[in-house]
Design a protein around this ligand. Structure first.
Ligand code: FAD
Length: 291
């Protein structure tokens, strides 16, 4: 099923993100965790893509298993910036052959050894180049794209970031998933601005439950997210007590999700970090709300 069809349905829903293993040896344990998450039957599951190393084929393998063995619609991520045209076209052909219907078209982060290089001749400089490639492939993919309520870290200002986001949507992106954020007002403000800029596609907010004190620094480094005082106090108080931090982090994420639903958002995406217990607990917390 296409994600846009799911997002158009009445009622509230929750979807999950999982990631593939970074090494071959981790494959079985990661696959087992993603299958346990699939058994919770969220609206859909996205599977991220690691461009580096030889494990990128696992995205497809996990997405296919979730869809075929567990009956959960999947969204396979694909990045392009450090890839050749041949590699990207081969991946697109693999996705077509595997019956993948939904693709998240991403640029990917610029690898450290490629930073500062002249990018003018690169086949894929931005996600929009991949969106165009997916469109030209002739496959009937439902294409998603990423967006940044707090501005992409490389953008000089939000106006420019939103202008390029509009270009990406106009090229064929049918829905957007946001970077994590810890203050919902940032999302509401962003939605107002992109709607004003003429971006009308559905936006799926991405929520990251912070369940360990040492996750905070990494999350900020990756996303540049603003940490509200309320959240900082929670980490200060419980960060050194793993069980308490987990409970508090899940409660904070649940609270964010309920506020999003209360303010008109129909589907929220949870970055599960491959933790079935966290995904399950959040679903339990929302059982009456999701019906
Ligand atoms: P783009 O849309 O290309 O934007 C990147 C930057 O370039 C922005 O600053 C934008 O304003 C600017 N820009 C865009 N177009 C132009 C233009 N024409 N001219 C000048 N500037 C332009 N990474 C992975 O490696 N694997 C994943 O699976 C993955 N999944 C993700 C899922 C979500 C929901 C999010 C939010 C991020 C994900 N990422 C993933 C991280 C992502 O790859 C990085 O954030 C990356 O730096 C940007 O990717 P993008 O697709 O948003 O890029």
């Amino acid at each position: 099923m296409k994600i846009t069809e799911l997002l158009a349905r009445d009622g509230l829903s929750l979807s999950f993100e999982v990631f593939p293993p970074k090494t071959d040896t981790a494959f079985e344990s990661v696959k087992a965790a993603t299958e346990e998450i699939a058994d919770l039957h969220p609206a859909f599951i996205s599977v991220t893509y690691g461009a580096g190393g030889g494990t990128s084929q696992y995205t497809l393998e996990i997405a296919k298993t979730i869809k075929e063995a567990h009956g959960v619609p999947t969204l396979a991520h694909l990045t392009c910036v450090s890839s050749t045209r041949e590699t990207v076209r081969a991946r697109i052909a693999d996705m077509k052959a595997a019956g993948i219907e939904n693709v998240m078209a991403l640029r990917g982060d610029i690898p450290a050894d490629m930073q500062g290089m002249d990018r003018s001749n690169w086949p894929y400089r931005y996600a929009v180049d991949l969106v165009r490639e997916l469109k030209e492939s002739g496959a009937d993919f439902c294409i998603g794209g990423a967006c940044y309520p707090e501005v992409h870290p490389e953008s000089p200002h939000q106006k420019e970031d939103i202008r390029y986001l509009k270009e990406k949507v106009d090229a064929g992106v049918e829905f957007l998933t946001t970077q994590m954020f810890f203050d919902n007002n940032l999302l509401y403000n962003f939605l107002y601005k992109i709607r004003e800029a003429g971006i009308t596609v559905p936006v799926v907010p991405g929520i990251m439950p912070i369940t360990a004190g040492n996750q905070v620094a990494r999350a900020i480094q990756l996303s540049g997210s603003f940490m509200p005082r309320r959240f900082v106090s929670l980490v200060d108080k419980f960060g050194s007590n793993p069980a308490a931090m987990k409970q508090a982090g899940i409660a904070y994420a649940t609270d964010q999700i309920i506020d999003l639903y209360a303010n008109g958002i129909k589907n929220v995406h949870v970055y599960t970090m491959n933790k079935p217990d966290v995904a399950r607990k959040i679903l339990e917390n929302l059982s009456e709300i999701l019906g």
